[in-house]
Design a protein around this ligand. Structure first.
Ligand code: PMP
Length: 405
């Protein structure tokens, strides 16, 4: 067997998709002109799959501060914080995050993926237990696999199943760390966090919440689901990313756990990779401030989410269980999902094609994420295009004509 032969099945599946449509996994933007529009293959396209929830990627102040940082500090740090030192910006960003979340400890990682990789492999170890929601993000599973703790999965968003799993582990030695997400990235569904917190307290476990998709989206101050449902005090560790609401790249963790600072010298995905470049740190600091100072962005985001979610539901599509800025259409099968994704792209609407096994319940999804920066006109245009394309492809039945009395 030659190298890469082991991936023959995936290669075949990928080729079949490419033969049927544009390549959904290597879309190339000729240009991106705003948080919500770009040009793909010469065509003006509405961007509806960006995670750019607050639309801050083109914020003039974020851009200005980023440009100043690159001029003053250079293009990159060329090394890790442990070996090569921290810049003033890294320290300032950690301080700002710690203050925002009201936590003693805060660490910035080069991506959110690395934050989860580092935390899940290091917070717990041999003889400990990681209890993961079955629909956890790949970075959570990968971090679990990198560490030595025993991994148990519980049914997605099911506090009763979590309770059962923890009860079975009650008399086994070692710490128990439960991991959930605020908003789940595929269907936009929200964790029943209050119920999860009650279980973890009763069973004496720790709780980590990944607020990647809920930071800037939920909570009176945008801190995420834990703030929204009033359980911040009972969440031991919060993880997040800069690559969504904050419009840049990077990851972070905040916590009040005693001795948390030891993570800086034991967490390999923090120690053995280059730190964030000054321009990224600078724009993130500014967007974090904007997130706090501009609750109107969050209100606009929710109004836009409702417009899209209800619009798709009214057309008869199967969407996720609750309205959130992630709005996914569940498609009947892979062929129609690929065809519809492609037809939308050809008609100037870009969203994400998500195929099993990356989706819950092995269902193909057309996943969109709305932004505060979308206009009502753009959303109306998206809904009209989705309806027209879906009827042309037979994904939606033709509307019944009202009988004339
Ligand atoms: N956690 C969750 C729940 C995510 O959805 C993602 C990214 N999609 C990440 C972590 C990783 O974030 P990043 O893009 O910063 O690596």
């Amino acid at each position: 067997m030659a190298l890469l032969d082991r991936h023959a099945a995936q290669r075949g599946a990928y080729e079949a998709i490419r033969n049927a449509s544009a390549d959904p996994f290597s879309v190339r933007f000729d240009s991106v002109t705003s948080p919500t529009e770009g040009v793909i293959e010469g065509r003006r396209t509405i961007l509806l799959g960006t995670n750019n929830y607050l639309g801050l990627t083109f914020d003039p102040d974020c851009i200005e501060d980023s440009v100043r940082a690159v001029r003053e500090r250079g293009t990159g740090t060329t090394g890790s914080r442990i070996a090569n030192g921290s810049y003033d910006g890294h320290v300032a960003l950690e301080k700002a995050l710690g203050e925002y979340y009201g936590r003693k400890h805060s660490m910035v990682f080069t991506t959110g993926y690395q934050a989860n990789l580092g935390l899940l492999s290091t917070l717990v170890g041999r003889d400990d237990h990681l209890i993961l929601d079955a629909d956890s993000h790949a970075s959570i599973y990968d971090g679990a696999r990198m560490g030595q703790a025993e991994v148990t999965r519980f049914r997605h968003n099911d506090p009763e199943d979590l309770y059962k799993r923890l009860r079975r582990l009650k008399d086994t030695p070692g710490e128990k760390l439960v991991v959930v997400e605020g908003i789940y990235s595929m269907l936009g569904d929200v964790a029943p966090l209050k119920e999860m917190v009650a279980v973890k307290k009763e069973m004496g476990a720790y709780l980590l919440v990944d607020e990647a998709h809920s930071m800037g989206v939920l909570g009176a101050n945008g801190r995420g689901l834990a703030e929204e449902v009033g359980v911040e005090e009972d969440v031991d560790i919060i993880v997040g990313t800069f690559s969504k609401s904050l419009g840049s790249v990077g990851g972070f963790v905040v916590s009040d756990l005693p001795n948390f600072e030891v993570m800086r010298v034991v967490c390999r995905p923090y120690m053995f990779t280059a730190s964030l470049p000054p321009a990224v740190v600078a724009s993130t600091l500014t967007s974090l401030r904007k997130l706090q100072e501009t609750p109107a962005l969050r209100h606009k985001l929710h109004a836009n989410a409702r417009h899209l979610y209800e619009g798709l539901q009214n057309l008869g599509f199967q969407t996720g269980p609750n309205c959130s800025p992630i709005v996914a259409i569940t498609m009947p099968d892979q062929v129609s999902a690929v065809m519809m994704w492609n037809a939308l792209l050809q008609n100037g609407v870009y969203l994400n094609l998500a195929l099993p096994p990356a989706t819950p319940d092995s269902r193909p999804l057309l996943r969109s994420s709305i932004s505060a920066a979308h206009t009502p006109e753009q959303i109306a245009e998206v809904l009209a295009t989705v309806e027209r394309v879906a009827r042309e492809l037979g994904v939606l039945a033709e509307p019944k004509r009202a009988a004339i009395a």
